[in-house]
Design a protein around this ligand. Structure first.
Ligand code: SF4
Length: 331
């Protein structure tokens, strides 16, 4: 099916606030709008490119393992002796996209198995001492003109009962210096921080940013060799693969963030209202930002922006990442 992207509009059933059938905004959708309004237009219509899934699938699989492990700890349903079984079952049962060959799937699963088995050894204390009070919790909260939506990886109390968000990230490349600077005003962290404050009227202390580095395997190895090679490599240099940053936030961070968020949401609301009045202006209002096409990787919508045809693209529900099971678990 070939679809002419120049006819694309904001969906009729979408609303930025809570009044429509499809409602609200996530930090990732807002981030897309900030980077490129045309990218937002594609995403609000549910479009994505299978190659994007390919780049993200390894991280999604590891995220699911972390979810199972921390949920098990939170619910008291798994013990350290169960970790390997949980990791193996989650990874072997993970259904990858059909854009992967069988060999690629097995290769990624061998890497994930080695990384996650090493993770539970390195962070064994998490599963004895971490005082979790929420895991994979979704939120929806009206703020100014928008319904803020999202899902936190976890929330826990430190030994002084101060509350922190837990955020898991799977990265291939990390520049710790620039990452730390950027995290002082990170959109996702502050978006979730604000949502938490609005919902529960309590200030978090900050975010524990839990980075798991994906190792690269350059040699031609079998899957069992990959597993053994990585287990050994990570055991020798675990700090290279597992990094944690405590990012404290307070009023000095959240107040300017609220000002800028209000401004952004107001602009976005105005743009949606404008194209609802004059649909023929949609491509002008949601214009292409040609400066953002390679930052640093090629944008998944480069093909359609160049050809105006949605060839090779697929559609899904806009907020599918929030529709996964195992959410809303709080105590
Ligand atoms: S390819 Fe460039 S212009 Fe097109 S959506 Fe992506 S960033 Fe925007």
């Amino acid at each position: 099916m070939i679809i002419d992207s120049t006819k694309m509009l904001i969906p009729d059933n979408y609303s930025l606030d809570d009044s429509g059938e499809i409602t609200g905004i996530t930090q990732s959708l807002l981030g897309s709008w900030q980077v490129c309004k045309r990218r937002f237009l594609y995403q609000i219509n549910g479009w994505y490119h299978p190659m994007k899934v390919k780049n993200m699938e390894y991280g999604s699989m590891n995220h699911e393992v972390l979810d199972k492990l921390y949920t098990g700890h939170f619910q008291g349903s798994i013990k350290p002796g169960d970790f390997i079984d949980v990791i193996t079952e989650t990874i072997s049962g993970y259904k990858m996209s059909d854009v992967f060959t069988q060999e690629e799937q097995q290769n990624l699963k061998a890497i994930a198995q080695a990384v996650m088995e090493s993770y539970v050894v390195y962070y064994a204390k998490d599963f004895q001492e971490m005082r979790l009070e929420a895991i994979e919790e979704t939120f929806e909260i009206q703020y100014i003109c928008a319904l803020l939506r999202g899902k936190i990886d976890g929330r826990f109390a430190d030994k002084h009962k101060g509350l922190w968000h837990l955020e898991h990230k799977n990265y291939s490349q990390i520049n710790a210096d620039t990452l730390l600077l950027k995290l002082t005003f990170d959109l996702q962290n502050l978006f979730y921080y604000l949502a938490d404050y609005l919902r529960r009227n309590r200030m978090l202390l900050g975010v524990l940013y839990n980075v798991v580095r994906k190792p690269s395997v350059k040699k031609a190895l079998s899957n069992s060799e990959i597993y053994t090679y990585l287990k050994d490599l990570i055991r020798k240099t675990p700090k290279h693969y597992f990094l944690r940053y405590e990012i404290p936030y307070g009023l000095v961070d959240i107040l300017p963030f609220m000002d800028s968020l209000e401004r952004k949401l107001d602009l976005l609301r105005g743009e949606i209202e404008e194209v609802r009045r004059e649909p023929e202006r949609t491509q002008v209002v949601f214009y292409k930002n040609e400066c953002a096409c390679e930052m640093p990787y090629s944008c998944e919508f480069l093909n359609v922006c160049a050809t105006c045809r949605m060839v090779g693209y697929r559609q899904k529900s806009i907020f599918s990442e929030l529709d996964l099971p195992n959410n809303n678990q709080t105590i």
